[in-house]
Design a protein around this ligand. Structure first.
Ligand code: AMP
Length: 280
């Protein structure tokens, strides 16, 4: 496995791989890798000749009061995990390499990124689309894998790919969870045991909504009311949103069409911000 830090080296290698006719898969990450990330790498390795994992804590997708400085960084152990999961290249540039002094170009998707995360994190998706577009240009992958855990991110990126004619297939990977249901996240490490117990309510609320849909309750307001009620029983949890939206457009839906809508939740568990979702 090769580890590269410069754009030039990565572009040169990418050209080389393409000229050999290799299928290249990209897995963009911010590091602090857990089994969820590794499942993406394994999915990529099944379809690609070469899997490139990018590890970059992207400053432009964090708001001024968010946890950019506190975000965990552990490159050495990440490299080992990438190797074991089947990556052939890790691209781990520093911030100056991707955003040199005077950097001034951004990619903005203007519709799908507006609700949900876009409300409380106004420039978040501008940072995401910008970094992903840059990575697509640097790595020139045939496909890239993203987690359903960040459902709105997947929808925004698919739209960007379509609108800007990137020749990259977007593969969506299912959310990996701990056995008790908590979605794996690099931020879970900030949870104490008590907070972690409370955080389980997110998945329980989502599951409750899904089971209600399976029993024939399609009215979003009823489903949201039940989920809100369940979350409300936990005093450490403050709901940021609980919404039922179309899984492609992120527009609110009044009545669920099974398979086409998701319930998405964002909540504070004390000072840790968590998101999760389920396909209804
Ligand atoms: P991050 O490092 O948090 O930016 O995540 C990198 C990629 O891993 C994104 O595509 C995420 O959606 C995905 N991911 C994060 N957590 C999980 C999980 N629990 N299961 C599957 N994919 C995940």
């Amino acid at each position: 496995m090769q580890t590269l830090t410069s754009v030039f080296e990565m572009q040169t290698l990418a050209e080389d791989l393409r000229s050999k006719g290799q299928i290249v898969g990209l897995v963009p990450t911010m590091g602090a890798l857990h089994e969820g990330h590794l499942s993406l790498i394994r999915i990529a390795a099944e379809r690609a000749d070469s899997v490139v994992v990018s590890i970059f804590v992207n400053p432009t997708q964090f708001g001024p009061n968010e946890d950019f400085n506190r975000y965990p960084r552990e490159l050495e152990s990440d490299l080992e995990k990438c190797r074991e999961a089947g990556a052939s290249v890790v691209f781990a540039p520093n911030a100056e390499e991707l955003y040199p002094k005077g950097y001034s170009t951004y990619v903005v998707e203007e519709f799908i990124g507006k609700p949900l995360e876009g409300v409380s994190r106004p420039n978040h998706f501008r940072g995401v689309t910008t970094i992903v577009a840059k990575l697509f240009n640097i790595v020139r992958p045939d496909f890239a894998v993203f987690g359903q855990k960040d459902a709105q991110q997947v929808a925004v990126i698919k739209k960007m790919v379509n609108d800007l004619h990137f020749m990259v297939d977007i593969v969506t990977a299912p959310t990996l969870r701990d056995p008790d249901g908590l979605a794996l996240s690099s931020r879970n490490r900030h949870l104490t045991n008590t907070q972690r117990q409370e955080a389980l309510a997110l998945h329980r609320a989502l599951q409750k909504a899904k089971s209600m849909v399976e029993s024939g309750e399609y009215r979003s307001d009823r489903l949201v009311a039940e989920a809100t009620h369940l979350l409300g029983e936990h005093r450490r949890i403050r709901i940021i949103y609980t919404s039922i939206v179309d899984r492609c457009t992120m527009e609110p839906v009044r009545d669920v069409i099974p398979g086409k809508a998701i319930m998405a939740i964002a909540a504070w568990v004390d000072e840790v911000r968590l998101i999760d979702n389920i396909i209804l």
